[in-house]
Design a protein around this ligand. Structure first.
Ligand SMILES: [Zn+2]
Length: 246
């Protein structure tokens, strides 16, 4: 169900109703002005990135969104016992798999933080079903990683097995904010994002762990998902989350 590349920027169209060409001959003059395809999603342009930064400076931009965090499990020990070239190769495979799974569902890959990835759904490309799209991306990412030949490690018994990926997803209201001083970029901030990150830290390899708010909207995808109340660092009271498997 790969979505075909858009000829105009989906973000500029949805937010300003301005068609900014990003592909084809019409995009050439725009590229000469420095307007290019965003590295966060190939259907967005670089105006979107700067525009949202400016919006934020004027007022707080609070939006409903779904956040997905994913990371390579055992990356630290992996990085110590493996050759540098091989580790870089694995990270690249992981990033590629993340980008493909997220972009197909109109999300953006906002940050690559070492061995972890932060993806945002419903911003800047608006989708009413952003919760479902994020969960589908998470399940798809597990599937893609399990199939990648380079994403394999030798376990304690000398057997080759897929490297574990942990994924956490939460939804709610969050703010779009600006981070960095030398290199300005927008990202998503707020308690919702912290909870998503904590949930991801709790996910077992191969799991997509989602909060109750998320599960309520996608229960038909995994009707018998196991739930558990997790105590999470820095968050009051245990949080109920559901384990989804591809
Ligand atoms: Zn744009």
């Amino acid at each position: 169900m790969a979505t075909s590349p858009s000829r105009i920027c989906k973000g500029c169209w949805q937010h300003m109703h301005v068609p900014i060409p990003i592909r084809g001959p019409l995009s050439i003059p725009f590229r000469m002005l420095g307007i290019r395809i965003s590295h966060m999603n190939p259907n967005l342009c670089t105006i979107c990135e700067t525009m949202f930064t400016r919006v934020k400076r004027r007022k707080q931009l609070t939006i409903p969104a779904t956040v997905l965090f994913a990371d390579l499990r055992g990356y630290t020990s992996l990085a110590q016992g493996t050759e540098t070239g091989e580790v870089v190769g694995m990270l690249n495979e992981f990033y590629d798999a993340c980008a493909a799974a997220v972009w197909e569902r109109d999300g953006i890959v906002n940050k690559f933080i070492g061995d972890a990835v932060l993806a945002i759904f419903n911003f800047p490309i608006l989708r009413e079903d952003h919760v479902r799209q994020a969960v589908l991306a998470g399940l798809d990412l597990q599937q893609r990683c399990a199939e990648k030949k380079r994403l394999r490690v030798i376990d304690a018994h000398g057997e080759t097995c897929p490297v574990g990926i942990g994924i956490g997803i939460h939804t709610g209201f969050a703010s779009i904010g600006e981070v960095g001083t030398a290199y300005k970029d927008f990202t998503i901030i707020g308690s919702m994002v912290n909870l998503a990150s904590r949930i991801q830290g709790t996910a077992q390899p191969g799991e997509v762990l989602v909060t109750e708010e998320v599960y309520r909207q996608v229960s038909d995808l995994c009707p018998n998902a196991e739930s558990h109340a997790y105590p999470l660092k820095g968050i009051e009271g245990p949080v109920t989350a559901y384990r989804l498997r591809a």
